[in-house]
Design a binder for this molecule. Structure first.
Ligand SMILES: [Cu+2]
Length: 248
């Protein structure tokens, strides 16, 4: 009898640990959503032939201390392929990097590297972060096209998450310089009658879909507006992640 109970307990423990393994990766982890990291560009289809990272841009998890874009994971090696046409975001000397997380792992540090130079580090001292995290980083005088590597160091495991962001660093403080419009002297035509346009409806929320900031979806009969651009995952349903979705 005692032996039977023991084996039942052992079997249940085995099932439980399998469930943890199966359900863990889908909701776990995090990545930089803006400026778009390489995995974000892949997940949004802005870069082709990225491999399986398109399904899980949040999963670039590898042992701490690496300096590559793919966390040493062979299935994500495309992220370190410098021959790919990675789009670079035009920025000034100060950039705010926005992470999307759902497995809010207790965090030791967040590190930002350009080449071998660590341009910024943020020490969370083991705290649990929110579902989104933003850091303002001074790029330390670097200019031109640069590949920035961001590392999220987990406090209670030997692992870290890696995100590379391609930047075109300008001299000014304007992160998105616009050419001056040519002044026009044409008289304005009479204003048309204003029409009230409803916000564009993005349809029903789905997983594996890129949502831009400001887009709207319906879920469970309610409408939500996207607060931070991201690619949706199971477990990130709008009511579950108030950092990503606001009910309208
Ligand atoms: Cu995780």
């Amino acid at each position: 009898m005692r032996k039977t109970i023991l084996s039942i307990v052992t079997a249940l423990a085995a099932v439980a640990s399998t469930l943890v393994v199966l359900t863990g990766p889908a909701q776990a982890h995090g990545y930089i959503s803006s400026p778009p990291s390489r995995q974000a560009n892949c997940a949004q289809g802005r870069v082709a032939n990225c491999g399986p990272i398109i399904y899980e841009p949040q999963s670039v998890e590898g042992p701490k201390g690496q300096r590559n874009c793919h966390g040493g994971l062979s299935q994500f090696a495309q992220l370190s392929d410098e021959s790919k046409p990675w789009p670079a975001t035009s920025v000034g000397q100060n950039v705010t990097f926005n992470w999307v997380l759902t497995a809010r792992h207790a965090t030791s540090t967040w590190e930002y590297f350009i080449g071998n130079t660590r341009v910024a580090v943020f020490n969370d001292g083991g705290r649990q972060p929110g579902a989104t995290v933003s850091h303002n980083v001074n790029l330390g005088g670097f200019s031109g096209r640069q590949r920035l590597l961001a590392v999220w160091n987990i406090a209670d495991t030997p692992m870290a998450f890696y995100s590379c962001v391609d930047l075109q660093i300008g001299g000014g403080g304007n992160p998105n310089p616009q050419p001056s419009p040519t002044p026009t002297v044409t008289p304005r035509p009479p204003s048309p009658t204003p029409t009230v346009t409803p916000p564009p409806a993005g349809g029903t929320w789905r997983t594996g879909t890129y949502y831009a900031t400001g887009s709207t979806v319906t879920y469970g009969g309610a409408t939500y507006r996207c607060l931070q651009a991201h690619t949706s995952l199971a477990g990130w349903e709008p009511p579950n992640v108030p950092a990503l979705w606001a009910r309208v």
